[in-house]
Write a protein that binds this ligand. Sequence first.
Ligand code: SPV
Ligand code: MN
Length: 631
Amino acid sequence: MFQESEHSHGFLKFLQQVLPVKAYEKLVAINDHSLLKWIAEMIQLARPSSIYVVTGSAEDLEYTTRAALERGEELPTKFSRHTVHFDGPKDLARDRKNTRILVRGGAPIPLINTYDKDLGTKEIYDISQGIMEGKEMFISFYCFGPKGSDFTMYAVQLTDSAYVVHSENILYRTCYDEFVEKAPNIRYAKFFHSAGERDSNGWSKNVDKRRIFIDIEDNVVYSVNTQYAGNTVGLKKLMLRLCVYTGYREGWLCEHMFIAGVRGPGGRVTYFTGAFPAGCGKTSTVFAADTVVGDDLAIIKSIDGVARGVNPEVGMFGIIDGVNSDDDPEIYEILTSPDTEVIFSNVLLMNGGEVWWRGKTGKPGFGINYAGKWWPGKRDEVGQELPPSHPNARFTTSIRYLRNLDPKIDDPAGVPIHGMIFGGRDPRTLPPVLEAFDWDHGIVTVGASLESEKTAAILERVGEMEFNPFAILDFLSISPGKFVELHFKFGENLTIKPRVFSVNYFLKDEAGRYIADKVDKRVWLKWMELRVHGESDAIRTPAGFIPVYQDLVKLFDVYLGKEYSEERYVKEFSLRVDQLIEKVERIWSIYSNIPDTPRRLFDILLEQKRRLEETRASLGSIVHPFKLDKH
Ligand code: SPV
Ligand code: MN
């Protein structure tokens, strides 16, 4: 702790001692003593051997990129701006168990992993004593949103990982100047990260002491003994939790959603957001749209009664597994161009500097991957063949490389959101596209009811549906009940409420075959675009609106040059009433155990169930769409 008096600040003296002159000057140009004091405290705790302040200048960016290579956090490839990072075999994904929301007294929040704030802070401080000894600490500053925007939040990252800073320099807008100009009149999050001790492979050694603790009250996140970006890159999923909490207190939405534009008649662009659990088509939906604003996160506020959204990021941290030149030509081109800047993580780096992942042309050859040296046919300790690249291997690159990047990506006012799409992996129940009756109905029966099939290897549980409301369950810092209530309130203040849609690309027929083609999502998007503008009819079912057959025939012809048979329509859009009722019951029972769920959610579920039961009584368990009325 630092000695304070009216005229002298102990923390300033300390900073002056430990920082090189230039770095000290850069820091104290930020007129925010509480920030400087926190930085001093963290330096005193972690005891780095040197400190580097990243202002975002070309020199600083260059320094960080070089440091990542020199320190073996990233490895070079045959292209100078493509590098490979390995997280290590025990650090390949987000750590749900050790990611906890710190709350005073450790009060439980339904479905959220909480921990007593004092105990958590003490634990982190104990683990972090001297954790940066012999290492350099980077201090960097970012905007979470466009510059000069009321949507934007701010963040300071302290880390001993050049890989984390390099990632953030790609994924976010560097923002040191804004701190100098605006602090202390800006609100910012503080991220403290250390990869901890690293072994000869560069992997974090003490993963048993991996902790990701999120202090929502003080806007601080601590992350130690881990490297995987979902655990370490402060502004990604750690910021999301802080942002959700701030939004809840202030009445706006921070969502795990993409933002994309769909072109309609006359060239108009209509914006949609979309929430999907991992592996359910989120990225492919973004690319099936016509313009891209963002691929992962959205901040949505009501401005003059209109929901407007910004993408707080400017880069993508995307799944690379399966990315191939036929299905994902644009991403593939970015990932294989010699001039782009890309960090590949947990792919195969072959001898000779070529990168390989599942989906890349050519065969994988000798090299290194997430588990060390790799050769064709290599087996792990239990005799299982080791895949060359990991299923959660990823790429980090700028969104600005995209040809169809939306010109409004940097617009401080964001874009108007006319529709929200929710999608899961659902083989049995939901049709490919469905529109809710209204905002509240959509929030309850689509967003808050989002589920996705488990694809884990636990055989007897495959096919079970996993509850993931708004595809944000892993990132919620408040109760799901409160999150639903927030959406109701948000809707009340809107004069134009976004339409709410459900999509499902994974419906199977009786023989267990997927019915839809990968490309079909483009048609569902175009249908939704027309619905938003009231330019397409629909059939009213007890669960929401579905497309009219003739409209789909036209859309398939115009956008895909394909015939759409009546047989397929009947397969895809026949209402599976028994399953829909079961879904309502499942969701009902989950929220029954969440005490702060608003009454209105149960009312809406009950109405839905009643409508479905009435339909079943008159039309049976599977209802042919032609038997239902046109709206
Ligand atoms: C996700 O899992 O939703 C991701 C990757 O976008 S992570 O950063 O790990 O959350
Ligand atoms: Mn995500």
